[in-house]
Write a protein that binds this ligand. Structure first.
Ligand code: PMP
Length: 435
């Protein structure tokens, strides 16, 4: 019914949009399938940012489409006070899949709200405490509370003063250690600093440490293996809850269903979002059954139990299992990373390459010794990629605006991977010339 649009309608629509994101390419996407998208001129793209990492099993997977079609024709909405079949089936399934004693699920439709819900449950379980501790380059969303909890950027500073009960600590960003230490000999000083912070720098004690398992928006920063184990120990010792924000890492992208499994650590609360819905909006958190639950009315939203998204999530989980996408993700991640490492030998603008799985970040630097961030180059790289039919991710609004990302759908084909690598090298060559 509304499948076509005139040039005048596009112009009028864009004029009428109160945009909360920022500059966007002059492209109108009209069709998608698997890892590919097509614009209104029928130009084809490979979506290496999986459309904000929500299309991890690719666009329009037939199993998801079928499940959604059926559900939409049966019952499309029940409000928070009512059960529906997909919600009950999904809750059981997530409780079973989540690690350790994480088996109480709460839902919403956006990752930011999921993180806020997790923070609310942590507050409920930490009487008298008023502060959260988060990481310098962490990202948790764009509501008031989650903006305060995220990296600082000029765009956020107008909102942060409304909720200031967040204390930031440096994460183990070993390529640029905040303490100027060498990771071979630092003995995880950043964890010691976190321990000191929890003991001495949080008035009244911390409600929780909130962090991503692998940082996404802030700069695709992955951590060494025992970092998370040590943080878990420090939290337990200080009687502070640990919240993992898996909105971006959850459901396969790191090669595990949850990134926390990579590190063998079970948090007290774990958020999810993005990929779980197979292209439909769904988010939430899974909490330890040891925590006190919400009282009536404390955390419910009109569309929290949206059955269409819930059924899409059930289908998504089946696709991940049936198509062995976790294994594929590990294999492709290793292959792409090895090819990037070969390119790093040729192009000094490639400063650092970080995994895991298909959560690959490439830090662009003007000079590999000074490590000066190549921010303009990263932006040009992004534009060049789009021109050449590959949409790469870029850490646009973090403090680190010079990290480009390869985070395609896990269903990306071998041929598509080759195209991505060819275009990647072409873009790197073109921005290298300008440095
Ligand atoms: N947490 C993390 C780790 C995220 O990556 C994001 C989104 N990039 C969010 C929370 C916020 O999710 P949403 O945009 O769905 O509110």
């Amino acid at each position: 019914m509304f499948a076509t649009i005139t040039a005048a309608q596009i112009k009028a629509g864009r004029r009428a949009l109160l945009d909360g994101w920022g500059p966007r390419p002059n492209v109108l996407m009209v069709k998608a399938k698997g890892a590919r998208m097509w614009d209104s001129n029928d130009k084809e793209y490979i979506a290496c940012e999986s459309q904000a990492f929500a299309l991890s099993i690719g666009a329009l997977h037939p199993m998801v489409v079928e499940a959604v079609r059926e559900q939409a024709g049966r019952i499309s909405h029940t409000a928070y006070g009512w059960d529906n079949i997909p919600m009950l089936l999904l809750s059981q399934k997530l409780a079973k899949l989540a690690p350790g004693n994480l088996n109480k699920v709460n839902y919403c439709l956006e990752g930011s709200l999921a993180v806020e819900g997790a923070m609310k449950l942590a507050i409920k379980n930490s009487p008298g405490k008023r502060y959260f501790v988060t990481m310098d380059h962490g990202y948790h969303g764009r509501t008031f509370l989650t903006m305060s909890a995220s990296w600082k950027h000029p765009h956020s500073t107008a909102y942060i003063p409304f909720i200031e009960n967040v204390i930031k600590v440096p994460e183990a960003y070993c390529y640029r250690c905040a303490f100027n230490l060498d990771c071979a000999s630092c003995n995880l000083f950043c964890v010691k600093y976190l321990d000191d912070t929890l003991k001495n720098r949080v008035p009244g004690g911390a409600v929780a440490v909130l962090m991503e398992v692998v940082q996404g928006n802030g700069g695709q920063i992955s951590f060494m293996k025992n970092y998370h184990k040590k943080i878990r120990e420090v939290c337990t010792k200080n009687k502070v809850l640990l919240i993992y924000d898996e909105v971006q890492t959850g459901f396969g992208r790191t090669g595990k269903l949850f990134a926390s499994e990579l590190y063998g650590v079970v948090p007290d609360i774990m958020t999810f979002g993005k990929a779980i819905g197979g292209g439909y909006p769904l988010a939430g958190f899974i909490a330890s059954d040891k925590l006190k639950p919400f009282d009536p009315g404390e955390n419910a939203f009109t569309f929290s139990h949206f059955p269409v998204s819930m059924i899409a999530a059930l289908a998504t989980l089946e696709v991940i299992e049936k198509e062995k996408l976790l294994e594929r993700c590990v294999k492709l991640g290793e292959y792409i990373t090895s090819r990037l490492m070969e390119m790093q030998q040729k192009y000094p603008i490639i400063g650092d390459i970080r995994g895991p799985g298909l959560a690959i970040g490439i830090e662009l630097v003007k000079n590999p010794v000074s490590k000066e961030p190549a921010v303009e180059e990263a932006n040009k790289f992004l534009a060049e990629g789009i021109k050449n039919g590959v949409i790469f991710g870029v850490s646009l609004y973090g403090a680190l605006g010079h990290i480009v990302k390869i985070k395609p759908p896990m269903v990306i084909s071998d041929d598509e991977v080759e195209t991505v690598l060819r275009v990647f090298e072409k873009c790197i060559k073109s921005v290298s010339k300008r440095t």
